[in-house]
Structure formats: C-alpha cells, structure tokens
Write a protein that binds this ligand. Structure first.
Ligand code: BEZ
Length: 211
C-alpha cells in the first residue's frame, strides 16, 4: 500500500469497535473526521492521549469533527483498557476505539512503519473532510504524545480554508489575523471581508477572521 497523500480519498472500511461495528463512511456521515492510531493498549503515553481525546469531546463537537482511535489490539483488550483510561484520566471514552487485530485498517492507512516497529502502529493522524478527502496526515513516534491543542488548531485552519477562503500563517492561533488565499482577487476579498484587509505585499494580505 502506498502512503496516503493529501487530497486522496480516505479509504473506507468496516470494523469492530468499542461502540459496535461500524462502516467508517456511514459512521462519519457528513461530519469531519479524525482517525488517530496509537501503538498499543495498556501503555502510558497512549493512556494519556486517549483520555485527552475524550476530554476534548466538546471542542471536537463544536467543530463538527467525529474522532476515532485505532490500534492492532483486539476488542476485548480495548474494553478492558478503557476502564483504566477512565479511572486514571478522569475521562469518559465514548468515541470508537477500533479493534484491528488483523491489521487490515492499519495496513490500509499505512499506520505500521516496519522500520520503526513491525508489530505496532505508530501515532498517525488523518483529518478527513465531509467529502471524505484526506486533509492532513501526521506521524509521531510511539514515544511522543501528540498535542491535541495543535490538532484543534489544524482543524480550525482547515475549516477556515474550506469555508472562508483563509489560510493561517506561522504560529497562528484563534483571534489572530489570517491570510487571504492567493486565488482570491482583491475585488473578491473586498466582498468577502467587509472589514477590510491589509496588503503587506500583493501576495500577503491579512484580515480579521469573520465571526
Ligand atoms: C506509550 O504509549 O507509552 C508507548 C507505546 C509504545 C512505545 C513507547 C511508549
């Protein structure tokens, strides 16, 4: 399987999960999606990550993003591990934890990097648009927990581009001005951003993010 690239259609699959069997596309519906792999159940970094993923529930919901996690462990292991996550991370894990003991989904998404570890998934993230297009891929090693604030920041950026024709400059955070995408002319920009914009250079135009 070649690596999944930005702009690719996210592969569909059926899987057993901690919330029942799902068809990925049907489960996503018209929402955005975030599919995150973790190396293994009952491991420390993964335990903190999945607790955070649960505790960011409202932030994901606000952005219309459904989240799911996956590893090559089986369903019985996932169900046992969730109890530990809930106990130690003060979290309610109600998103699907996908059981992939036959590795079919992990291989479909290229989540196993054999030269890093041939038995476990690495920490991959795939952000998927409502059209099922892959909008972000990210790969972290097993030993580095991901930053969920950064994942939310990326979702905000993706949605600004999709819905507002805005891009986000270096270290952008909510409240900062954003960049008008180059395909928008100055005339169109005046209509889209009635509060105006600053032309630093003809290719670098900044505007407040409309609320
Ligand atoms: C962890 O989740 O803590 C972990 C998993 C695999 C390797 C290293 C750390």
């Amino acid at each position: 399987m070649n690596a999944i690239k930005l702009g690719d259609k996210a592969p569909n699959f059926n899987a057993k999960t901690t919330v029942g069997e799902i068809n990925f596309y049907e489960w996503l519906g018209d929402s955005w999606g975030m599919l995150a792999s973790h190396p293994a159940d009952f491991t420390p970094v993964c335990t903190t990550e999945l607790g955070a993923m649960a505790n960011y529930r409202e932030e994901f919901q606000k952005r219309n993003v459904k989240v799911a996690a996956i590893s090559v462990d089986d369903l019985e292991s996932h169900v046992r591990w969730i109890k530990d996550i809930e106990e130690t991370q003060n979290a309610k894990v109600d998103f699907p934890l996908i059981a992939d003991d036959d590795r079919s989904v992990s291989e479909l998404y290229g989540m196993i990097h054999p030269n890093a570890d041939s038995t476990m998934t690495v920490r991959s993230v795939f952000m998927i648009s409502p059209e099922k297009e892959v909008k972000l891929t990210l790969t972290y090693p097993a030993s580095t927990g991901r930053n969920f604030e950064e994942l939310l920041r990326v979702i905000d950026s993706l949605q600004l581009t999709a819905y507002r024709k805005l891009a986000t400059p270096v270290n952008w955070k909510k409240g900062d001005r954003a960049v008008i995408v180059p395909s928008v002319s100055d005339e169109q920009a005046s209509e889209l951003f009635p509060n105006g914009f600053e032309t630093v250079k003809p290719y670098l135009r900044l505007t407040e993010v409309p609320v």
